[in-house]
Design a protein around this ligand. Structure first.
Ligand code: DQA
Length: 144
């Protein structure tokens, strides 16, 4: 098993830094990648940061992670709240799964309070801004 951790991002997260900055902040996915790479490299592993607006692509990357990844960190975006396909895919993955939300979803609309992905996630971060990805990467370093 290579020491690569997949950091998967769902719909609309390509607009991180531009989209509703009052909720999601001004940092971008490139910043997420730089921060997580620094933590991962210091701990002796690599991260692969991926984003798609398509559910099937996220499912395909989870399948790829089964062969390639020591852990998955995933911010599924809105797929969190309705995608049984993403949950089913994560249930085929036998190593650590960390769910990350930039915003504190439990403080927001009630439809954001339920997560299918949490039925599989080994840990959940919400409301830490993009630091949630960095903290999740540090946690993964203790697991792999
Ligand atoms: C999000 C929260 C979701 O409810 C939302 O649909 C997103 C981003 C977050 O990172 O806070 O797209 O996952």
């Amino acid at each position: 098993m290579s020491k690569t951790v997949y950091i998967l991002n769902g719909p609309n997260l390509n607009l991180l830094g531009k989209r509703q900055p009052e909720i999601y902040g001004h940092d971008t996915l490139d910043d997420v990648e730089a921060n997580c790479s620094a933590v991962a490299n210091a701990a002796g592993f690599a991260v692969k940061v991926l984003q798609s607006n398509y559910e099937g692509q996220i499912v395909d990357w989870i399948h790829e992670a089964r062969e390639q990844a020591a852990a998955i960190i995933i911010n599924p975006g809105a797929l969190t709240h309705y995608s049984i396909a993403v949950l089913d895919a994560l249930n085929t993955f036998e190593r650590p799964v960390i769910e990350v939300h930039i915003s504190q979803v439990h403080k927001r609309e009630s439809f954001r309070h339920h997560s299918y992905v949490s039925l599989r996630a080994d840990a959940v971060m919400a409301g830490f801004g993009i630091n949630g990805y960095t903290l999740a990467t540090s946690h993964v370093a203790t697991l792999i």
